[in-house]
Design a protein around this ligand. Sequence first.
Ligand code: ZN
Length: 162
Amino acid sequence: MAIRKVRVIGDEILNKQCKPVKEMNARTAELIDDMFETMYEENGAGLAAPQVGILRQIVTIDVEDGNQYVLINPEIVEMSGEQTGYEGCLSVPGKTGIVTRPNHVKVRALNEKMEPYELVGEGLLARAICHECDHLKGKLYVSMVEGELEDVDAADEEESEE
Ligand code: ZN
């Protein structure tokens, strides 16, 4: 396992559409392990493959609910409700901003064994799923911020970096 370099805003790879994963292989399995290691090292709640320079539809999430989620080729199939709160991103270091997201989402994805499953998320998990799935479409949360991007120190300490 290895910590990978996190790409930051301004790097054009963050604005590109990611391709689906067709099969699991040793290289992709290693990428997923590295994504978790990188995410924990950087104190993030989620990471998408393009953030480490790989244009594949892979997301890792850990919102400290006791689970490590791997979403391969995710597709959000249900959204409802609304939540408004601070959001951050490892690719936008030192910044945070207010984003409105659905409070409930259901996502269909493959796990690390390429088995299909569905994940239902509420609150922070729903926010993380939306944020990371946006990365796979080349979209950063900064395009959705209500008002100004703020420096992290000036914001609520509960903001999370995704
Ligand atoms: Zn992000």
